[in-house]
Design a protein around this ligand. Sequence first.
Ligand SMILES: [Zn+2]
Length: 185
Amino acid sequence: MHCPFCQHEDTRVIDSRLSEDGSTVRRRRECPACGERFNTFETAEVRLPAVIKSDDRREAFDERKLRTGFERALQKRPVGPEAIDAAVRAVIHALRQGGEREVPARQVGERVMDELKKLDQVAYVRFASVYRRFEDVQAFREEIERLERDLPAIEGLQLPLLEGRAGPAPGGAGATRGGRGGRRA
Ligand SMILES: [Zn+2]
């Protein structure tokens, strides 16, 4: 790389060091023309895409928010923290693989729903009911009906979200870690 001091076209690496956590390589370089030394840092480019909100604002991807979304949907469902971790990783992996710099929030939500569908149908319905509430009530109704047909165990289950209100507001207080067992949902 060029020397930042004299713009000489080539510089020499005189030392190379891996950071403690293994995520960064620091190189000490020297310019053969002016003799100045400087450092460069090399890190893998695996940043997550920014999230485009529905009002068009951009927001940095927030893994904690993603986890909270899963935890809320899975509250009091028999799904352990390891399974939630795996689902969070799966969503992140999918987003990284997409290679986009920005993704619509909606797309993140769809990924979450894909994972919830595999984990727990009730949690999936909870999430979908909040997530899709402005968009297609009809599609949601159909999904519930389909679930009731496919999964008789859901029948009669009180889905509090069907009555209305629970907003998606992620990241707020009150996210509890899903306990196991107990069918008080
Ligand atoms: Zn130089």
